[in-house]
Ligand binder design. Structure first.
Ligand SMILES: Nc1nc2c(ncn2[C@@H]2O[C@H](COP(=O)(O)OP(=O)(O)OP(=O)(O)O)[C@@H](O)[C@H]2O)c(=O)[nH]1
Ligand SMILES: [Mg+2]
Length: 248
C-alpha cells in the first residue's frame, strides 16, 4: 500500500488517536491539551483539535484527531491524513489490547513511515489488570513503536511527558525525512525510542485554538482543508453551533 506521508510534510503535525471503545482516547486527548481530566465525553463522533503547541522548544501547528470507536474507520491504518498514531488500549481490557496490537501491526506493515505510540491507559486500575506491561512493551519494540503505560485519570504529568516526547519525535522524523533521512533508520533506533518514554521537562502546551467535530462524511473529506464548525471550546458541544461560541 502506498504511503501518503509526503502530502503533510510542510503542514501541521497530524496525529490520530485510535483504539477500542472506552479505553480513554478522549480523556487522554483532552488531558494533554487542557490538563483537565473530565470523566465523560461525547463518543459518537470524531473530534479534530487544531492547536499550536511548543514542540521541541518551538511553536508547532498540530492537529489531533480523537477518533470515535463507533466510527467504521477508527483504526484504519491507511488513514492518509495522519502521519502519527497514538494507539490506546486499557490495561483492564484484554480485547482492547488485542485490537491495539492488530492496529500496531497493520501500521507497521502498511504505514511504515508513520510514527506510532502505543499507550496502555488506566494504570490506576492495577487490581483489574488484564494486560501485562511486558507483553505490550515487547509488542511495541517488535514494531518499533513507542510505548507507555499511564493513568490519564491520575497523572497529568505522565500524559504530558509521553505525548510531548512523541510529538518531538514525530517532528524530528519529519525533518529527518526532509533532509534525506530514511524512515527505516528510525525503526532500529531503540535507544532513542526508549529515551522518549523516560520523559524530560517540556513546556506546557498552549491552549487549544479550534475544535472541529467530524461526522463520517466530513471525516472522509480529510484530504481537503476543514473550515467548518470551528469553535474555541475546550469541550465537545452537545449541539451545534455551540452557544455562546460562534462557528468560525
Ligand atoms: N480509571 C480510569 N478511568 C479512565 C481513565 N481514562 C479514562 N477513563 C474513563 O474511561 C471511560 C472512557 O473514557 P473515554 O475517554 O470516553 O474513552 P474513549 O476511548 O474516548 O471512548 P469512545 O469515544 O467511546 O471510543 C470514561 O468513563 C473515563 O472517565 C484512566 O486513566 N483511569
Ligand atoms: Mg471518545
Amino acid at each position: 500500500m502506498k504511503d501518503d506521508r509526503t502530502s503533510v510534510q510542510s503542514g501541521p503535525l497530524r496525529v490520530a488517536v485510535v483504539g477500542a471503545s472506552e479505553v480513554g482516547k478522549s480523556a487522554l486527548t483532552v488531558r494533554y491539551l487542557t490538563k483537565r481530566y473530565i470523566g465523560e465525553y461525547r463518543s459518537d463522533t470524531d473530534m479534530l483539535y487544531k492547536c499550536v503547541l511548543q514542540v521541541d522548544g518551538a511553536p508547532q501547528s498540530v492537529e489531533i484527531m480523537d477518533t470515535s470507536a463507533s466510527s467504521d474507520k477508527t483504526s484504519d491504518p491507511n488513514l492518509p491524513w495522519a502521519e502519527a498514531f497514538v494507539v490506546v488500549y486499557s490495561i483492564t481490557d484484554k480485547e482492547s489490547y488485542q485490537r491495539a496490537a492488530t492496529t500496531v501491526q497493520e501500521l507497521s506493515e502498511r504505514r511504515a513511515s508513520a510514527s506510532v505510540l502505543l499507550v496502555g491507559n488506566k494504570s490506576d486500575l492495577g487490581h483489574l489488570r488484564e494486560v501485562e506491561e511486558v507483553e505490550a512493551r515487547t509488542l511495541a519494540l517488535t514494531h518499533a513503536a513507542r510505548f507507555a503505560e499511564l493513568s490519564t485519570a491520575e497523572s497529568c504529568t505522565s500524559v504530558s511527558e509521553v505525548v510531548d516526547n512523541f510529538l518531538k519525535e514525530v517532528k524530528a522524523q519529519r525533518n529527518g525525512n526532509q533532509n534525506g533521512g530514511s524512515p527505516k533508520l528510525r525503526k532500529i533506533s531503540v535507544t532513542r525510542m526508549l529515551g522518549s518514554l523516560i520523559g524530560r521537562n517540556s513546556p506546557p502546551p498552549t491552549p487549544v485554538t479550534h475544535l472541529i467535530i467530524l461526522d463520517k462524511a466530513e471525516r472522509n473529506k480529510l484530504q481537503t482543508p476543514l473550515t467548518r464548525l470551528c469553535r474555541p471550546c475546550l469541550r465537545p458541544a452537545q449541539s451545534l453551533p455551540c452557544s455562546p461560541h460562534t462557528a468560525v
